[in-house]
Design a protein around this ligand. Structure first.
Ligand SMILES: [Zn+2]
Length: 97
């Protein structure tokens, strides 16, 4: 990983810790073939309905919102609260903490 990217990520984590002490990293998997899709910073408890693109910690996909392994579409790109987000198609993914 590039040095600038690490600094950016560290800054991002510090920023989020100030606004939310309970931020967690979750792993998002394809429900069809169990491939790992994202590591994601999730601030709130509860069901995953969307991923803000800026909160994706590690992206294991090709960036086309399809599983890199079985090519199932698992999300749709959408602006939510003025930020680009991937709206999860229900039943296509599952989450592990
Ligand atoms: Zn898959």
């Amino acid at each position: 990983m590039a040095q600038g990217q690490i600094r950016k990520q560290a800054k991002f984590i510090r920023y989020h810790r100030t606004i939310c002490a309970s931020i967690k990293t979750i792993k998002i998997y394809c429900a069809n073939c169990h491939a790992l899709l994202y590591k994601y910073y999730k601030a709130q408890e509860g069901h995953l309905v969307k991923c803000y693109q800026e909160n994706i910690k590690e992206d294991y996909t090709r960036g086309d919102l399809k599983c890199p392994n079985c090519s199932v579409s698992f999300a749709r790109e959408k602006m939510i609260h003025g930020k680009p987000a991937n709206k999860i198609i229900q039943g296509k993914v599952y989450v592990r903490h």
